[in-house]
Design a protein around this ligand. Sequence first.
Ligand code: PEP
Length: 248
Amino acid sequence: MRIPIIAGNWKMNNTISESLALVDGIKSNKLDEEVEKVVAVPFTSLSEVKKALEGTDIKLAAQNMHWEDSGAYTGEVSPLMLKEIGTDYCIIGHSERRQYFNEIDESVNKKIKSALKHGIKPIVCVGETLEERESGKEEIVVKEQVLKALEGVDKEDIKNIVIAYEPIWAIGTGKTASSDDANHMCGFIRKTIGDKYDENTKESVRIQYGGSVKPSTIKELMSKEEIDGALVGGASLVAGDFVKLVNY
Ligand code: PEP
């Protein structure tokens, strides 16, 4: 059975004190124990949020990392640094990083392998643009992203990876993919992984949907067979909304 996973991506929001206030707001509610909960916070808030999450079952994620352990990479953050804080997950290949910071499939692949080596679980984002969807290329694009991301990744490591299907046209736009479209694409990603690895891997890999998910849309999305969770931006910045998403 695949454990549902709801992850909040705070993006470049929240100072340390604001982060702690948001965590407090989340912690003061009863959260479904059968749902895995993750908050992906800015680098500057990781340490303090980690401490604030002690005694809860909420996991901590970073939003990006470099693939090298250390070196002359000004402004970057390494997996060793994340590991020491106790970071459980790292979002890798978010479309905003692909769009604004030249993230490409090759660097996504290096980051995934490095995260796995250091025991950090990657949440790997894939998804097509509006133009690609309108020209019927979403499966070609997403398949290529998935296969390039997982190049050289062992079958045994797939259990430590979460894939987030995030159509770019649905991120931060208020447009959600229909639950049927989201389910279809998550199923397509599952099939791609099954073809590359095997049936067991296909059935066990967790695939999230992301793109303007809100408390009002989560139930329907989570009722779909292929959707194992959600990666949520905007709605994860309001404690009450994040709680509703987790307790769908
Ligand atoms: C995201 O940041 O991955 C995301 C899906 O954002 P939003 O929920 O705001 O569309």
